[in-house]
Design a protein around this ligand. Structure first.
Ligand SMILES: C[S@@+](CC[C@H](N)C(=O)[O-])C[C@H]1O[C@@H](n2cnc3c(N)ncnc32)[C@H](O)[C@@H]1O
Length: 367
């Protein structure tokens, strides 16, 4: 009698450890294993056999086996310096291209074989473990400075945080100023981000380009970690106009930006937390006389007991001149001041850049 498993690849799949001795062999191993997995998966659709289910399970487990993390970590750390900059450019190009392919294979497997609520659900968690605390430190300093300089009273203020991300900064902010949860609303265009933010603050999905808050203008609009630079460049004015529109008379906007001179050298290729490596390849590009910083982002993580590679795509930040931003804020707000984000020294009207290449904007509506 014909064995029903005859055409199947193997019924005892080799683990990563048995198959390769370093990360260089990982991608072809991954590709082979995935092909085998799909064959088993298709066979299972055609006929029910408990043996097939076990093989599928075993193969899937191998793909996300935490042992891959050890290979990866060992190899990567040999190729970057202590500050996280890559030493060997050629290696980096090859590695990132392979990881993007591996991320797409892993993603495909999750989408095809495992029913999950949201295959992108790790993104916000990854963002927090790599960026969250880091951003929080400098942003707190910025807000405290504006609060002290302009003698702002947050105690009864209604605050909107635009592009709130995971809400980690807003949660700290409420605590630092002893404010109530219902004084702040975070909005973000990303559902994944809002899902995480909602566990910390009041948050909802909303696009800054479609803001309608006519009945409930805000006392303070926050916009931290250069959110406005993530918008399509031709929408910058519309966004600033929208913010001015929903800001109370006497209310203000507090936000930060980077200048076109902001060095890509400021971004080490590798950032890490205990369970996540964030791999970045930033570039400055020019398109139709506008400058952008474009960064490919890849996360390699061992969260939730799985080795995961996630390609977060290419993040693009528009780099308008400081003069252009000053012009736009002055067009829609009555009182506008710019400060260097590190020294917190005021920037004068004739300054065309900021010494630290980051700056803060305080823009107030007239009473
Ligand atoms: C670098 S993150 C900053 C997050 C947070 N403000 C912080 O300080 O960590 C930029 C955020 O802007 C959000 N964003 C981008 N375009 C947006 C838009 N049109 N409307 C609302 N949020 C937007 C992104 O989804 C992302 O969460």
């Amino acid at each position: 009698m014909k064995n029903t498993n005859d055409n199947l690849p193997f019924d005892n799949p080799m683990s990563l450890e048995e198959s390769i001795s370093n990360f260089a062999g990982y991608l072809s191993w991954l590709q082979n294993t995935i092909e085998e997995l799909y064959k088993v998966h298709e066979a299972r659709q055609l006929r029910y056999e408990s043996g097939l289910k076990d093989i599928e399970h075993k193969l899937t487990h191998h793909l996300f086996d935490l042992k891959c993390w050890d290979f990866f970590e060992r190899e990567l750390l040999e190729k970057v310096d202590d500050a996280g900059y890559v030493i060997d450019r050629h290696y980096w190009q090859q590695l990132t291209a392979e990881l993007i392919r591996a991320a797409s294979l892993q993603h495909d497997v999750l989408a095809r074989t495992i029913s999950r609520e949201d295959v992108f659900s790790t993104y916000a968690e990854l963002y927090d473990s790599v960026n969250g605390e880091r951003n929080f430190e400098y942003i707190s300093q910025e807000i405290q400075f504006i609060h002290d300089t302009y003698h702002l009273d947050f105690s009864a203020a209604q605050i909107l945080s635009i592009g709130c991300g995971t809400g980690i900064m807003e949660e700290h902010f409420l605590k630092a100023f002893n404010l109530k949860k219902n004084q702040l609303l975070g909005i973000d265009v990303s559902e994944g981000m809002v899902k995480v933010a909602s566990k910390r603050i009041n948050a909802r999905v909303e696009d800054i380009l479609n803001l309608v808050h006519e009945d409930n203008p805000w006392d303070i609009c926050l916009c931290t970690a250069n959110v406005l630079q993530y918008l399509p460049h031709h929408s910058l004015e519309k966004a600033i106009q929208n913010v001015a529109h929903i800001t109370q008379t006497g209310g203000c906007f507090i936000g930060d930006f980077i200048t076109p001179e902001h060095p890509i050298r400021a971004y080490p290729n590798v950032l890490r937390s205990e369970k996540v490596f964030l791999l970045r390849t930033p570039l400055i590009v020019e398109k139709a006389h506008n400058l952008f910083q474009q960064t490919k982002l890849i996360n390699v993580s061992k969260l939730q007991g799985e080795f995961r590679i996630t390609y977060e795509g290419e993040h693009t930040r528009y780099l308008p001149s400081l003069w252009k931003l000053r012009y736009l804020f002055k067009k829609y707000f009555e009182h506008v001041e710019f400060f260097d984000a590190m020294t917190l020294e005021p920037l004068e009207a004739e300054d065309d850049t900021s010494p630290s290449s980051r700056y803060l904007v305080f823009a107030q509506k007239a009473d």
